[in-house]
Structure formats: structure tokens, C-alpha cells
Design a protein around this ligand. Structure first.
Ligand code: HEM
Length: 320
């Protein structure tokens, strides 16, 4: 076939390619030869399926441990998608309500997935197996999920993440070290008996505290709350979406999670040791930490009632 007989769109594409490769000093002909030898893309290569399915390495021979690992991995992937969207909101300048809402909608959708799928944990494993394989994973804990902390830091002014007892006093504090030492979750990983930092917390800090402190600085002016203030055409719908995110991230996901802790760890005091000795009953329920990303969007009464009532209904059904 002579060039005159090539379809017009093929010739146009070749010309465009010629321009592209010429601009970077590359030889189109060599690349075309490469195309001749290249294999077709397959589904399994594109999504790295073999690698993905090799990432589950149980530490014990209990069958249900695989469920525990995979569900954590699924959650971390969703966390990653959430971070991806929050990053785009943070970096959009100037931000308009349409862009804001489209991204928030996705974040809310991901949280919905995480909340409903948490049943995989609370009803998807045998308690007896869990209590045994969990012991061989100590002192690791989902508490050490850095992506969870990143989502928090991207979402709100860091002062809203300070422990409730210190939040008001430290409202004007700017020193990242002081702020970091007083974040609410620091209190979730103190040993019940001594009040000392648990090894779970110490190793988490060793790996992530530098990065997280930097993130505090980076998101000071571009967290979701700041972007909302900055958005010139914000409306009631955007406000309601932020409230929805607040509830999903700080009440409903924590409750779905708490429900698992109750199911597996409640009752037998010895089992509490399976968490590394933290006082999780006083830490995990949202009504104690009162982490609220957007307090200005809630009434005082709603904040006073944060997580209450829901705890009884969501976690214990009608039993209590
Ligand atoms: C049977 C399932 C689970 C149980 C029994 C459980 C139990 C606990 C407990 C007791 C804590 C308090 C800290 C500690 O003592 O280690 C905790 C914290 C945490 N876990 Fe889980 N967990 C489960 C599943 C998950 C999953 C699937 C994730 C997903 C990544 C996760 C993420 C977290 C996070 C982010 C924290 C810190 C929460 C906060 O600081 O407010 N957990 N978990």
C-alpha cells in the first residue's frame, strides 16, 4: 500500500507522531519498529494481578487471617482514593463549587463503601480464629495506618484534631511539635496500666512523625475547611456535603470499626491484651474523642450529641 492509499486518519496520526518525536529529538521510525515487536497489553499485566495476589502473607495457618489482611488492604486502597481526591481539592486554585462537589461526592462514595463493607470484619471472621491469629500480629494495629491520619490532616484545621481536653487551650498554637504531641490519637495508644506510649505508637512515630509534621504545615492553608472558606460560589448543597463527610468519617466509619472491636474484644478482660493493652473502649467511640472536621457547620447541640445515641443504635441494636 502506497502512502497515498493510507486512510486519512492514519496519515494524520503519523504526522502528529512525527511532530511529537521530532520535538524531543527522537526517531519515529525506531519507535514504530518497537511497536511491531511489542506484545499486546493484557488485563493481568495492566493491573499487576499476580503481584497484587502475592501481597497477602498470613502469619498463621488460620484461614480467616487472609480475610483480615485483604480487608485492610482494600481499606488502604480506598484511603488512597480518598487522599487522591482531597489532594485535588487542596491544589485547585481558584476553587469553584462544581469542582469541589464532584470530588467530595467521590470521597463520600468511598466512605459509604468503607462503612457498609466493614461487615466483612464484624461478621466475616470466626471470633476464635481472630483472637488467636491477632496475637501473632502484635504489636501492629490499624492504629498505625498513616493514610488514615493523612485524610484527617487534609480535611480540617489541625487544631480540630487536638485532644478534646486541650483543643481550646491550644487553638492558637503554631508549633507543629506541640500540636503533634497533643493530637487526639496520641491518647489512643497509651498503655492502660502505666500511661506510657505503647510500642505501637513509638514505632509509628519513628516511621511517620516527620512526614506527618510536614503535612501539618503543607495543609495549614489548603485543607478542605480552608478551601470551603475560599470557595466563592459555595452554597447550601456544598455545606450539606461537608456535613455528610464529617459524619461518615468521624461517626459512621468509627462506629462500624468499633462494632468489630466490640464483637471480638469485648467481655473477656484478658482479650483486651490482644490490642496491645490500650483502653480502646474509652478511645474508639466517637462520642469520647469528638473529632469534628467542620465544627462551624454544626449546632452546639449537635456537637454535644456527637456520636451519642448512634452508638447504642448502631453498635448494640435494640439490646440496650
Ligand atoms: C476485627 C477487626 C478490627 C478490630 C478488632 C480492630 C481493633 C482496633 C482497636 C482495639 C484499636 C485501638 C488501638 C489499639 O488498641 O490497637 C484500633 C484502632 C484503629 N484501627 Fe482497627 N480494628 C479492626 C479492623 C480495622 C480495619 C479493617 C482497619 C482499616 C485500616 C482499622 C483501622 C484502625 C484505625 C485507623 C485505628 C485508629 C483509630 C483512631 O485513632 O481513631 N482497623 N482498631
Amino acid at each position: 500500500m502506497s502512502p497515498a492509499h493510507y486512510p486519512k486518519d492514519v496519515i494524520e496520526k503519523i504526522e502528529l507522531l512525527q511532530e511529537k518525536f521530532k520535538a524531543s529529538g527522537q526517531d519515529l521510525s525506531s519507535y514504530l519498529e518497537g511497536l511491531l515487536y511489542a506484545d499486546y497489553m493484557t488485563y493481568w499485566d495492566y493491573i499487576n494481578l499476580d503481584i497484587l495476589l502475592s501481597l497477602q502473607q498470613p502469619r498463621t495457618s488460620f484461614k480467616d487471617e487472609k480475610i483480615f489482611i485483604i480487608y485492610h488492604q482494600i481499606t488502604e486502597l480506598y484511603f488512597n482514593l480518598i487522599i487522591w481526591e482531597l489532594e485535588q481539592i487542596a491544589d485547585k486554585k481558584p476553587i469553584d463549587a462544581k469542582f469541589f462537589k464532584e470530588r467530595l461526592d467521590r470521597v463520600i462514595m468511598y466512605f459509604d463503601q468503607l462503612i457498609s463493607s466493614f461487615a466483612v470484619m464484624w461478621k466475616g471472621m470466626e471470633r476464635e480464629q481472630f483472637l488467636k491469629f491477632r496475637m501473632s500480629l502484635l504489636p501492629s494495629s490499624g492504629f498505625q495506618s498513616a493514610q488514615y491520619r493523612v485524610i484527617e490532616l487534609q480535611s480540617t484545621d489541625v487544631h480540630q484534631l487536638i485532644h478534646i481536653d486541650k483543643r481550646e487551650d491550644l487553638m492558637g498554637e503554631r508549633d507543629p511539635d506541640v500540636i503533634f504531641d497533643n493530637l487526639y490519637w496520641q491518647h489512643g495508644a497509651k498503655e492502660l496500666a502505666t500511661g506510657e506510649k505503647t510500642l505501637t505508637l513509638k514505632s509509628f512515630e519513628k516511621k511517620y512523625s516527620k512526614d506527618l509534621k510536614e503535612l501539618i504545615e503543607v495543609y495549614h492553608n489548603k485543607n478542605i475547611w480552608r478551601k470551603y472558606l475560599e470557595c466563592l460560589d459555595k452554597d447550601e448543597e456544598l455545606k450539606q456535603m461537608l456535613r455528610s463527610l464529617d459524619l461518615k468519617a468521624n461517626v459512621f466509619w468509627p462506629l462500624a470499626h468499633y462494632k468489630s472491636a466490640v464483637r471480638y474484644l469485648q467481655r473477656d478482660p484478658v482479650d483486651i491484651a490482644a490490642t496491645g493493652g490500650t483502653n480502646w473502649q474509652k478511645y474508639l467511640p466517637p462520642r469520647f474523642q469528638k473529632v469534628i472536621f467542620f465544627p462551624e457547620l454544626w449546632s452546639q447541640k449537635e456537637m454535644d450529641e456527637w456520636g451519642k445515641g448512634w452508638v447504642v443504635k448502631e453498635v448494640f441494636g435494640n439490646e440496650e
